[in-house]
Design a binder for this molecule. Structure first.
Ligand SMILES: *[C@@H]1O[C@H](CO)[C@@H](O)[C@H](O)[C@H]1NC(C)=O
Ligand SMILES: *[C@@H]1O[C@H](CO)[C@@H](O)[C@H](O)[C@H]1NC(C)=O
Ligand SMILES: *[C@@H]1O[C@H](CO)[C@@H](O)[C@H](O)[C@H]1NC(C)=O
Ligand SMILES: *[C@@H]1O[C@H](CO)[C@@H](O)[C@H](O)[C@H]1NC(C)=O
Ligand SMILES: *[C@@H]1O[C@H](CO)[C@@H](O)[C@H](O)[C@H]1NC(C)=O
Ligand SMILES: *[C@@H]1O[C@H](CO)[C@@H](O)[C@H](O)[C@H]1NC(C)=O
Ligand SMILES: [Zn+2]
Length: 631
């Protein structure tokens, strides 16, 4: 721990006793110190801003990035809580707390490991239950099944069936590797099965497959292989034959129909022993992927954060999190400020939207909700205390618990189908779809028109309610602005204020001005266009919300803040913004690499060059919603 020096100390104290540190250390000084530590002053801010702002991070920090840092603080606090007696005789959710402690105890103390050559008994039982693999949480064997909401009604839950995601390919490869280790007489047949499934997937994979919407009653009467699969699935998921009228109103959304027909037929007629071996191996790979790579107190906390989010967030919120009220107030203010600024953008109407389209975008903007922590609105203690009651966690058997937790997660995901009309219960809604890693960064959900800020994120050095507003608006503010802009990029714009897909959104997306704006962002190579758009528009929005529209640092003299002798306010803003991206550079999947993201974002903020007195660049800036410059 002491490798990190005084700042880490500061940071663990922050959690242990907030009021103590408040008197001792100025949070703003601590924040600028942190920013200065990460600088690489041999780099030029104009030619590679990420390197200037973050180049020193790797040698100054023992963490991969600031995310790992706040996740580690979260884990430390939770380890302490799990190993204490806090909440043992709780009068609100004693059962939930006990279940969580049991899971934690088995995770940290049961030293047995899953080994395919000598499988544990519970694994054998579980993996021999072929008929119930989806109920067990095992997805992606032949098709992917998940619960979503209908396109035209974001409150109506539907069952979505499609071809497995390309990422499922890794599991198949692992299955093949295992097969080569095992001299089973079914080996060759099983390899054939795996290969054939991959081949059929490759043959039918489409970018935007047609989706067929059918009710369960329609499937009940048909005799195709898809119908019989769906009939089987229904009873598997709900534990009883789905024969009453109640089930008939379930809605299925089926994609990749030709793939499903061919693969289901093929698998149906395939050698049973090979199928069993395949499913067993797939189960094994799935469990291996779901468990922590190495089990110790902190990795167990991270694992539980992903797989038992409600229990973890509930306990953190009640026993660890100190600042819900202040944080919520400030986050709401930041969001209100961003919304007001975006409202001014809409007044200028750069995209030349019609009155009707503008009203659509304004309603959507107005409707964006903010949630602090991935927890339901529901307050009743009974809800929390009984939420996991159908799972039997023991204090001594980790794999039995893991198997229970996977099935529990699947049950909870499907439970809403049994609500009247399969309506979503918003009061009890929370995100429960992580297996390997819980979200730490804020995220936006189109269907809910909501930004959720995980409690993990609301920790220094990323955020502290006592920080000067410049730090909050440049870092968390820019992140919220990024998330907000997901509501207005080429996919997000399709959803209206209530999260339903709308023809008006489609109209806006197809309008010439919108398409030109997108083409600009596409000019530089990207990993994901929507992320690129959210990055560019997000920084512009956060900057304008803080400095005002058309701010020009060449025209003003800036006196630095008392806590920052060196950098001007706009410079400090950019440096603080970059802290979100500081870290060693690992390969990034869904976003561009962090250095790329920072550089492209600041490069497209026309004021950035003025703020750092860079030579005026000839490059044009990609702006989408931001009003044209007034000269
Ligand atoms: C960002 O960094 C890349 C090299 O990694 C460089 O080519 C680019 O010019 C930089 N852009 C800015 C605005 O710093
Ligand atoms: C700092 O920037 C210089 C100049 O770009 C570069 O050569 C050096 O590797 C950077 N140092 C670190 C620690 O990234
Ligand atoms: C190979 O798989 C079979 C199950 O099909 C199992 O009984 C056997 O122990 C495995 N052998 C090895 C070496 O993994
Ligand atoms: C949604 O679309 C389905 C057909 O896909 C239709 O049956 C249903 O009435 C629509 N619901 C609403 C609320 O428009
Ligand atoms: C499996 O295939 C290999 C060749 O790929 C062959 O040598 C072997 O005999 C086959 N094993 C069985 C059990 O059929
Ligand atoms: C949990 O255990 C109880 C009692 O042993 C049993 O009745 C119940 O079915 C079990 N639940 C699950 C999900 O296994
Ligand atoms: Zn994003």
């Amino acid at each position: 721990m002491n490798k990190m020096g005084s700042l880490l100390l500061l940071c663990s104290c922050l959690m242990a006793s907030l009021h103590f540190i408040e008197a001792e250390v100025d949070i703003n000084l601590a924040t600028v110190n942190q920013i200065h530590k990460n600088l690489n002053k041999t780099a030029s801010p104009c030619s590679n801003f990420w390197n200037f702002a973050c180049g020193g991070f790797e040698s100054a920090s023992e963490y991969v990035d600031n995310f790992e840092w706040v996740e580690d603080q979260f884990a430390s606090a939770m380890v302490e809580l799990m190993e204490s007696h806090v909440g043992e005789n709780d009068n609100q959710a004693p059962r939930l707390i006990e279940q969580m402690r049991s899971y934690y105890k088995a995770c940290t103390e049961d030293t047995r490991k899953l080994n395919y050559a000598h499988p544990l008994e519970e694994f054998i039982e579980w993996s021999e239950d072929l008929d119930n693999s989806i109920k067990h949480g095992l997805n992606g064997l032949v098709f992917d099944e998940r619960i979503g909401v209908a396109d035209n009604d974001s409150m109506r839950q539907v069952i979505q069936i499609k071809m497995p995601d390309p990422s499922a390919r890794f599991s198949s490869l692992r299955v093949l590797q295992l097969l080569h280790l095992n001299e089973s007489i079914h080996k060759n047949k099983t390899i054939e099965l795996v290969r054939k499934l991959q081949e059929v997937q490759d043959r039918y994979r489409e970018e935007n497959p047609v989706v067929y919407t059918r009710t369960y009653s329609e499937f009940r009467q048909q005799t195709s292989i898809i119908s019989s699969t769906i009939r089987h699935l229904c009873s598997q998921l709900l534990g009883a034959p789905c024969t009453t009228e109640e089930f008939d109103q379930f809605i299925f959304e089926i994609s990749d129909v030709n793939y499903l027909l061919e693969s289901l037929n093929f698998v149906h007629n395939f050698d049973d022993d090979a199928k069993s071996l395949y499913i067993r191996l797939y189960h094994y790979v799935f469990l291996k992927d779901s468990e922590p790579r190495e089990r110790n107190p902190k990795t167990c906390i991270h694992h539980m954060r992903a797989i038992l989010p409600l229990g973890m967030n509930y306990m953190y919120d009640r026993f660890v999190y100190q600042n819900r009220q202040q944080d919520t107030l400030q986050l709401k203010e930041i969001l209100a400020n961003l919304k007001a600024t975006f409202g001014k953008y809409l007044d200028a109407n750069r995209l030349q939207l019609t009155t009707h389209q503008l009203a659509y975008v304004r309603a959507k903007l107005e409707g964006i909700q903010l949630k602090v922590g991935n927890l339901p609105e529901e307050k009743s203690p009974e809800f929390y205390d009984t939420h996991y009651e159908s799972a039997n966690f023991t204090k001594s058997n980790f794999y039995s618990n893991l198997i229970q937790a996977l099935a529990l997660r699947t049950r909870l995901q499907h439970a809403g189908l049994l609500n009247p009309q399969s309506r979503l219960d918003l009061q009890r809604y929370y995100v429960n779809d992580n297996v390997r890693k819980a979200r730490t960064s804020p995220f936006y959900e189109n269907e809910r028109n909501t930004i959720t800020v995980p409690m993990e994120f609301l920790q220094w050095p990323l955020f502290d309610h006592r920080q000067h507003i410049i730090f909050q608006q440049s870092l968390l503010g820019a992140v919220l602005a990024h998330e907000m802009n997901h509501a207005f990029e080429q996919d997000g714009i399709l959803f209206d204020a209530a999260g339903n897909e709308s023809p008006v959104g489609f109209e806006i997306r197809e309008s010439p001005a919108f398409r030109i704006a997108i083409r600009c962002a596409e000019e530089k190579a990207y990993v994901s266009l929507k992320e690129r758009l959210a990055d560019l528009n997000g920084l512009q929005l956060a900057y304008d919300a803080f400095f005002g529209l058309d701010h020009d640092s060449r025209k003003f003299e800036y006196r630095p803040y008392a806590f920052e002798p060196e950098f001007t306010a706009p410079q400090l803003f950019h440096l603080s913004y970059a802290q979100f991206f500081c870290g060693s550079l690992p390969p990034v999947i869904a976003h561009d690499r962090d250095d790329e993201r920072v550089n492209v974002s600041v490069g497209n903020l026309r004021q950035f060059a003025y703020d750092f007195k860079c030579e005026a660049s000839q490059l044009s800036h990609c702006e989408m919603w931001r009003p044209n410059v007034h000269t």
